[in-house]
Design a protein around this ligand. Structure first.
Ligand SMILES: Cc1cc2nc3c(=O)[nH]c(=O)nc-3n(C[C@H](O)[C@H](O)[C@H](O)COP(=O)(O)O)c2cc1C
Length: 184
């Protein structure tokens, strides 16, 4: 099964890249997942201005960036969303990119790795209600990293227990994805 690890910040100097790489390193050591980084910044998804609703676009998009983003998401069976929290909610660029597609998300699985002053827990609660609209299946386990204890001056420095939390998240994601695909 192919799991896309979405780098959910497009900001210069973002923390998301290091967090996503940490997730990828853990996923790459498993033989039940084929993990791939999906970097939102690489797709240059424009603000959604199209008249046709993405859910009704039949995967046909005017923007080359959206078309490439569509292919990348379509290729995955499930996702780990690496997401910061912005103003107690989800980051706008990532929400816009999620809104810009439709069927590419439907019925797939997702787990959340968040970070922020309070671990990004508020934005993940927000994400869970958003992805429900695509009938996505979200796993319970979350990795919620604190800006104060999981990062240091050099960057990401996760607490020891985070590796176990991530392992549980990946276990749940692999199990749920296999069930959805009818292989587990
Ligand atoms: C626009 C903006 C709003 C933010 N709001 C919050 C917030 O509500 N809660 C929080 O914990 N951190 C907040 N932060 C701090 C982010 O958690 C921190 O900057 C983090 O590194 C952002 O992720 P990124 O570096 O991958 O973009 C905010 C940051 C930005 C840029």
């Amino acid at each position: 099964m192919k799991i896309g690890i979405i780098i959910g910040s497009v900001r210069e100097g973002r923390r998301a890249g290091a967090v996503a790489q940490w997730v990828h390193d853990a996923a790459a050591g498993r033989d039940d997942l084929d993990a791939e980084l999906v970097d939102l910044r690489a797709f240059d998804v424009p603000l959604l201005t199209t008249e046709t609703l993405p859910m009704a676009a039949n995967r046909s998009y005017d923007s080359p960036g959206v078309a490439a983003w569509s292919r990348a998401i379509d290729a995955c069976d499930g996702f780990v969303m690496v997401t910061p929290e912005y103003n107690h909610g989800v980051p706008g660029a990532l929400k816009n990119a999620v809104d810009s597609l439709g069927p590419e998300w439907v019925g797939k699985t997702i787990g959340f790795v968040s970070y922020g002053a309070d671990g990004g827990v508020r934005c993940v609660e927000h994400w869970r209600s958003i992805v429900a609209n695509f009938q996505m299946l979200d796993v319970r386990q979350q990795v919620a990293m604190s800006l104060f204890t999981d990062f240091d001056g050099a960057g990401l420095a996760p607490l020891e227990r985070r590796a176990t939390e991530l392992s549980t998240l990946l276990d749940q994601l692999a199990d749920l994805t296999a069930k959805v695909r009818g292989t587990g």
